[in-house]
Design a protein around this ligand. Structure first.
Ligand code: CA2
Length: 149
């Protein structure tokens, strides 16, 4: 199984660490990418780390991942709660999908409690801050290793 993992980030996450630190913390998305790349090297994973404010770009990366990747880690941000199109794209991907949220969406407004992506995700991490990305990578590495063994 491919050891390539796509880490996909949805709208406004480019502002991470620059606004609302009481909700999302002080780390920037560049910090998260750097830490993910370091951990991926330790775990023997290759990484494609992307962020977009455009739904179609995220869908295109999921389609790309169908051809090449062993797993997807995705923080769809606000698209979590609205996007049937991202759910449909993920439903065409045949390997593990882990959904990550930096904040605990269940402790927040009611509209954040519903996730279309959770209908496909194999696991969901919420409220563990940016550490959630690291934990998701450890999980997909384990799943890929188990598949190979
Ligand atoms: O907790 C998460 O990771 C979210 O996916 C973040 C989304 C939100 O819509 C989801 O309900 C939960 C928002 C991402 C916006 O990121 C910002 C970061 C810093 C400053 C402003 C926005």
């Amino acid at each position: 199984m491919s050891r390539l993992v796509y880490v996909l980030n949805g709208p406004n996450l480019n502002l991470l660490g620059k606004r609302q630190p009481h909700i999302y913390g002080h780390e920037t998305l560049a910090d998260v990418e750097r830490d993910c790349l370091a951990l991926a090297a330790e775990l023997g994973l290759q990484l494609r780390f992307h962020q977009s404010n455009r739904e179609y770009e995220i869908i295109d990366w999921i389609h790309e991942a169908r051809e090449t990747a062993g797993a997807i880690v995705i923080n769809p941000a606000a698209f979590t709660h609205t996007s049937v199109a991202i759910l449909d794209a993920l439903n065409t991907f045949d390997a593990p999908v882990i959904e990550v949220h930096i904040s605990n969406v269940h402790k927040r407004e009611e509209f954040r409690h519903r996730s279309f992506v959770s209908l496909r995700a194999d696991g969901v991490i919420a409220g563990l801050g940016t550490q959630g990305y690291q934990l998701a990578l450890r999980r997909v590495a384990r799943l890929i290793d188990e598949k190979v063994a």
